[in-house]
Write a protein that binds this ligand. Structure first.
Ligand SMILES: [Mg+2]
Length: 390
């Protein structure tokens, strides 16, 4: 239930849910840790990872957990959540998620993206977790569901490095049984083209390979790399150009036969709309911890489905909550292709839930969909306390 105040602001009716879901507290936990193995992309090596976990408490005693993508300065995210969003949430009905999302969006008037949307994402995921726990139902069933017990994943990623290092990493994923593997590509183009062929030869034709360039190329360079990808049967070419260069993507689509993938840099459906509507992208890859949470990511995935564009959740360099929310979405959306499986044991995946590294949890390129309520994960809050940035 929502109503309008005189100022036009939606307010929720906490009594309407009938489940004691009035929000009593919102706590943000900024976390930072060193990765067990650095992630190497066209931008260089990332040795640390940071996120911001969000805890939303209700008077019924149900607590939801969310995650905001916060690559740098996680304390700044905690500040946005606790000073700008929390006052709009306290006392409200946690089950009125759309109303609360709109209220948070209005708090950020004048901003069309950035850390503010990532902060909203953290709260939104926690609200869905609360709703699932209150209904004693996993989120993918609340979303309508596809009845899936498993979702397809791909190994992420073979890091950019020497020929030998990339080949060794590929072999590790092949031996782990992944049928789909992503490879990071960068400059120089000549090295990239040689490695694209080398890795295809090593993987054989039965394995699906795709490439992520993390904006490494100019249009002409991307056309050249695209030729190598097409010649070697790669199934997608991810973020070849910087995300703002929409005209470049439209032009590349005409000059590259390998399907294009992007979306992890988008914050809202509005920002993805043009490239989806024109079918420039074949795969849309929103990150649920960036793109406004489950609510906005669901809108993006469903819009993509309406245009025959596949949904491929991005979860790179995230924590277990982002992954769990992505599993729920992947289980519910009709157009899912595959989601990322971070192979190694990121502290934010393993330490705060006791989960094994992704490479051990997947089986034949599938993740099991949890059957428990909400996100289906249990957070070790003592571990969170230990990882907190002071
Ligand atoms: Mg990427």
């Amino acid at each position: 239930m929502t109503g309008k105040t005189e100022g036009g602001q939606d307010v929720t009716d906490p009594a309407a849910s009938g489940a004691g879901l009035r929000i009593t507290d919102v706590i943000a936990h900024p976390l930072c840790q060193t990765l067990p193995t650095p992630t190497v992309t066209s931008w260089g090596a990332y040795t640390d990872v940071s996120i911001c976990l969000v805890e939303v408490r209700t008077e019924a005693g149900i607590t939801g957990v969310g995650e905001a993508l916060a690559r740098f300065s996680p304390r700044a995210y905690a500040d946005v959540i606790e000073t700008s969003l929390k006052p709009r949430l306290i006392g409200q009905d946690a089950s009125a998620i759309t109303a609360l999302w709109q209220s948070m969006r209005r708090a950020l008037s004048g901003r069309s993206g950035g850390m503010l949307f990532e902060a909203i994402a953290g709260v939104d995921i926690a609200l869905w977790d609360i709703l699932g726990k209150a209904a004693n139902m996993p989120i993918h069933r609340l979303l309508g569901g596809m009845g899936r017990t498993h979702v397809p994943v791909y190994a992420a990623s073979v890091n950019w490095g020497s020929d030998a290092a990339m080949e060794a990493e590929l072999v590790r994923y092949l031996e782990a049984g992944f049928p789909r593997i992503k490879v990071k590509m960068a400059n120089p183009v000549r090295d990239a083209c040689r490695r694209i062929e080398l890795l295809r030869r090593r993987a054989g034709d039965a394995v699906d390979l795709c490439v992520d360039a993390n904006w490494a190329y100019t249009l002409e360079e991307a056309v050249e790399v695209g030729r190598a990808l097409t010649a070697n049967g790669y199934f997608w070419f991810e973020e070849p150009l910087r995300p703002e260069d929409e005209d470049g993507y439209v032009e590349l689509r005409k000059r590259c036969d390998t399907p294009l993938a992007a979306g992890e840099s988008n914050y809202t459906l509005d920002q993805a709309m043009r490239l989806v509507q024109s079918r420039t992208l074949a795969y849309l890859q929103p990150d649920v911890a960036r793109a406004g949470g489950i609510s906005e990511t669901r809108r993006m995935a469903e819009f993509a489905a309406a245009h025959d564009v596949r949904y491929a959740p991005h979860i790179g360099m995230s924590g277990i909550v982002c992954e769990a929310a992505s599993v729920q979405l992947a289980a519910a959306m009709p157009n899912v292709k595959a989601m990322e499986c971070e192979t190694d044991g990121s502290p934010f995946k393993c330490w705060i839930t006791g989960a094994k590294p992704g490479i051990e949890r997947q089986k034949n390129g599938l993740f099991e969909v949890p059957t428990g309520p909400g996100l289906g994960i249990e957070i070790d809050w003592d571990a969170v306390k230990r990882l907190r940035v002071q």
